[in-house]
Design a protein around this ligand. Structure first.
Ligand code: GDP
Length: 399
């Protein structure tokens, strides 16, 4: 009896051809679960996808003369000009420039699928002569997005929450250094528990294949030494086909991706138009896997891991932030106790305390109190109105 749902001779709305066939062949045994993924697919396509990507990384040289090719790579990745309105300061002005955070949005549609891409750029990062703590605005920005989400999520209307959390940070590393510089390490350490980091070696056409491999290894070693967590690719499912498994393994081995960007389409030998950089000795093709890892990066970012990056952001990074917020809400005065316990004897059973700014939590509590107060007022007004109409009704009855 319980296996009767979805049965019927006619193909119903929402039932796929495959499901209909299954229905015919399995007759009464067919429930219709096979069509569940189609429901999700339809819903997701209708809703569209959104993704927030941050780009960061210092200048190629420590004197701030030239960028690492962040905007060029982004334009090449998404085949769109996200930097139309960009104003580039003079080299001398960049020496004293402070870091700013810029947000740009673009809606990309391909084959009926809409993606709302938000790009968070960090111009000025590492440009200034004095770079001490220059990553702090980035950390604050990432936390503010978490805070906003937490506030929206704990509000009364949770229906149309705008998710502005940063899902991924492409971190650009100079090809001319000998690995990560102290500024890179400081930045990565400051954000690695708040955002999915994907390191890339910028302008990889400046390196020979052997140099690229050596630099990649050096960066991997440094990340390990410094205990910096970058985005961990999930393991490939065992039932995936061999081709997919091979591509997945290749992608994991390419990290940090050595990339080349170009907004120019050149003709390769006068025949095939390709995106590339033309030199006197030949052309570096952006989308040629023998020349750089651009394709691997794009495949990973768009085709295979976009959803996982969002899930890790929500389930792990945001959850961590939320848990520490709740912990500090549940334990008022925890910070005082922590500072006191440092002076006195340290308790072995002390739970690690959140390093969250107390002001943020207090702000959140104040807002909740205010919301409750407003609701209370509304209730009292409604009660007064009801009482009034009741008294009026009784008076008219008596008359
Ligand atoms: P941003 O300031 O980091 O956004 O850097 P831009 O994208 O503006 O690039 C700075 C300069 O580097 C420009 O002259 C680009 O043409 C050049 N450029 C960008 N990508 C590459 C690359 O992959 N290889 C080389 N050799 N130059 C690049």
């Amino acid at each position: 009896m319980g296996l009767q749902w979805g049965l019927g001779k006619k193909r119903k709305w929402g039932e796929t051809a495959g499901a209909a066939t299954a229905s015919r062949t399995m007759d009464k045994e067919y429930v219709g679960f096979a069509a569940l993924p189609n429901q999700l697919h339809r819903k997701s396509v209708k809703k569209g996808f959104d993704f927030t990507l941050m780009v960061a990384g210092g200048p190629v040289l420590s004197t701030g003369e030239s960028g690492l090719g962040k905007s060029t790579l982004i334009n090449s990745l998404f085949l769109t000009n996200l930097y139309e309105d960009r104003h580039l300061p003079e080299a001398s002005a960049r020496l004293t420039q402070t870091l700013t955070i810029e947000r740009r949005g673009v809606e990309i549609e391909e084959g009926g699928i809409k993606v709302k891409l938000t790009l968070v750029d960090t111009p000025g990062f590492g440009d200034s002569v004095d770079c001490s703590d220059c990553w702090l605005p980035v950390v604050r920005f990432i936390e503010e997005q978490f805070e906003q989400y937490l506030r929206d999520e704990s509000g009364l209307n949770r229906k149309n929450i705008q998710d502005s959390r940063v899902h991924c940070c492409l971190y650009f590393i100079s090809p001319f250094g000998r690995g990560l510089r102290p500024l890179d390490v400081a930045f990565l350490r400051a954000v690695h528990e708040k955002v999915n980091i994907i390191p890339v070696i910028a302008k990889a056409d400046a390196l020979m294949p052997k140099e690229t491999q050596a630099l990649k290894q050096r960066i991997r070693d440094q990340l390990k030494e410094e205990e910096i967590n970058i985005y961990q690719f999930p393991d490939c499912d065992s039932d995936e086909d061999e081709d997919f498994k091979r591509q997945d393994a290749e992608m994991k081995e390419s990290i940090p991706f050595a990339v080349v960007g170009s907004c120019e389409v050149v003709r390769d030998g006068g025949t095939r138009p390709v995106r590339g950089r033309r030199y006197s000795w030949g052309t570096v093709e952006v989308e040629n896997p023998h020349h750089c890892d651009f394709l691997n990066l794009r495949r990973m970012l768009v085709q295979t891991h976009l959803q996982d990056l969002k899930e890790v952001t929500h389930d792990i990074l945001y959850e961590g932030y939320r848990a520490s917020c709740l912990q500090s809400l549940a334990r008022p005065g925890a910070r005082d106790r922590a500072s006191r316990s440092k002076l006195s004897r340290q308790s072995a059973t002390e739970i690690p305390l959140p390093m969250l700014p107390l002001a943020e939590t207090e702000k959140l509590i104040r807002e909740k109190d205010e919301e409750l107060r407003r609701m209370q007022e509304m209730l009292e007004k409604m009660q007064a109105q009801m009482q009034q109409s009741q008294t009026q009704g009784e008076q008219s009855d008596a008359l």
